[in-house]
Each structure stands twice: as C-alpha cells, then as structure tokens.
Design a protein around this ligand. Structure first.
Ligand code: ATP
Length: 280
C-alpha cells in the first residue's frame, strides 16, 4: 500500500476526525474538477485565473494582486491566480522570475508587500491553516544532527501532538510508506548533514508529506535530482490526488506532474497554459 492509498483510506475511515467533512468535500470537488477539466480539454478552452467562484470550484489557494517589493525592486508584481482542490499547478519561468518568492509567500514564510493570499478560504497566517500545507523549499527543513528516521519521527510527532491529524500508528505507517516510495530505506540511520543533495531533498519531501497535507508546495523539486529520483517523484505526484503547486525551470518535467502552468516573467504572470490533458 502506498502513502497515497493510506491517505484515501484514512479519509474514508476516520469518521470522528473533525477534518473529515472538509476532506470528503474536497474529494468530491476533486472528482468534479477532473470532469470539468475533461470538458475543458475537449473544447480546448483555457480556464483563466478569475478566482474560484463557487463552492463547486472549491479554492485551496487564492492569490490576489500579490506584490513583493525589495526597496524599489518588485520581485512580484500584482500576481493573481487560484488553485482548486485536486489541481496540480507549476509556476514556471527563468532565473529571477519570482518563482521562489511567490512560493515562499504562499507557504507563509515571507509576507507580501501588497495583496492577499488565502489558503482553504482563510487568511494564510492562521496557524491551523499552516498545518494543512507541506512545504519543500531550496533550503532543507531537516535537522542536521538527526538521522533521516529521527527527523521523520520528530515531524510526525509534532503534527501528532499538535493536531491529532495523525494517530501514532498511522504516523508509523505513513513513515514506512514514504520511506518505501522515496526509496530512503538505506539512509534511514544516516544523519541529515551527511546526505548528498539529492538524498536530502528526497528525505525533505518525505518530511513535508508526513502529516498528509492538503496542499503540497515544492520549490524546484526536480533540481539536483538524478534521473531515477526524478522518476520517483513523477510517479508519486502524478498518481497522488493531492493539490500541488511546484516551481520549475523545466516545462518538460513540470508537465509530467502538473496539468496547468503559470508563466512568470520579471515578477508578473505572463500567461497560463495547459501542460497535459487529463486521460480520465
Ligand atoms: P531562480 O529560478 O533562479 O531560483 P526565481 O524565479 O525563484 O529564480 P526569486 O528567487 O523569487 O526568483 O527572485 C526574484 C527576484 O527577487 C530576483 O531578482 C532576486 O534577486 C530578488 N530577490 C529575492 N529575494 C530577495 C531579497 N531577500 N532581497 C532582495 N532581492 C531579492
């Protein structure tokens, strides 16, 4: 059983969990969105970033007129788009386009100079909201002196204690599944500081997924990974029904995982594009 399978199964079984209603609604929306995309790809129409207009198009992420200024320099200029439940979206663009800045704002790591970011319909600074996102940035969030397994256990415990999102046994199962998927078994007892860049990235991705986030945010997930590690990621994220936003220089790799691309140029959205058609 994969981590994806676990997630779906637990969404169905944990009737007493206060998040269940949200999860059920989001799953329902994912199905509806998939059908909707199917219709759009058949007609060839591009859905634009006009925002999520109804419950039917349930917004996981809504970015409205977001700008980021460093002195007189605008790293982001009035960026707007939204991501619905179950969508996978790539932020694309050349070096310096503003991809990392945008993802950091979405991940609540830095604040916008102007504009608003809403996650799950609420202000993104809300602490409960933060627990629903999984973030991998350029800098690893792993503790150097802890082994891979100790890191995963620590993060699982953190979410277990704080939100009861994970019960202890579920946490262990989730660690096992992610270690298996991301092929980390050989390095479980190695300290994070001793891992190569690619292995550390894979461990960091496992760390970001440990609490079963509803939205996954990945900054350049394919950067620095070898071909087999990239394939591992593609395999996982293209099969997983999670809502995903990632940044990449590579349209080629982004389209293996994402269905929609947002092209940034000099901090502004230049255009949006379909990256792949739904086969469902
Ligand atoms: P890359 O593909 O090279 O990672 P990017 O698209 O992720 O680039 P950002 O890292 O978001 O681009 O940077 C966008 C612009 O903002 C760049 O010109 C960068 O120099 C500038 N910038 C980012 N962070 C800061 C900061 N803390 N202070 C000043 N300028 C910054």
């Amino acid at each position: 059983m994969t981590a994806c399978d676990n997630i779906d199964e637990n969404d169905e079984n944990s009737e007493n969990d206060k998040n269940d209603k949200n999860n059920e609604n989001e799953n329902e929306n994912k199905k509806k969105n998939k059908n909707k995309y199917k219709n759009n790809s058949q007609t060839g129409k591009m859905r634009t970033s006009v925002g999520c207009t109804s419950d039917y198009e349930k917004c996981v992420l809504d970015v409205r007129n977001v700008s980021k200024r460093y002195g007189h320099f605008f790293a982001l200029k009035s960026v707007s788009f939204s991501v619905r439940a179950g969508e996978s979206v790539a932020v694309l663009g050349p070096n310096g386009a503003g991809k990392t800045t945008l993802l950091k704002i979405i991940a609540t790591l830095i604040k916008p100079s102007e504009g608003v970011v809403k996650l799950f319909g609420r202000d993104s600074s809300n602490a409960d909201i933060r627990r629903r996102i999984g973030v991998v940035m350029h800098e690893s969030f792993l503790y150097d002196e802890l082994t891979v397994l100790e890191n995963l256990k620590l993060y699982a415990k953190f979410f277990y204690i704080n939100s009861e999102q994970l019960r202890r046994q579920q946490a262990e199962e989730e660690i096992e599944a992610l270690v298996d998927i991301l092929n980390l078994k050989r390095w479980l007892n190695v300290k994070a500081k001793l891992l190569s860049y690619g292995l550390r990235k894979r461990a960091d991705i496992a760390r970001a997924l440990i609490h079963r986030p509803d939205l996954v945010i990945l900054d350049e997930p394919f950067g620095g990974l070898d071909a087999s590690s990239r394939e591992i990621l593609v395999e996982y994220f293209s099969r997983c029904s999670k809502t995903l936003i990632l940044s990449s220089h590579s349209v080629e790799w982004a389209r293996k995982v994402c269905e929609r691309g947002i092209i940034l140029e000099r901090g502004a959205v230049k255009r949006e594009m379909y990256l792949k058609r739904h086969s469902a």
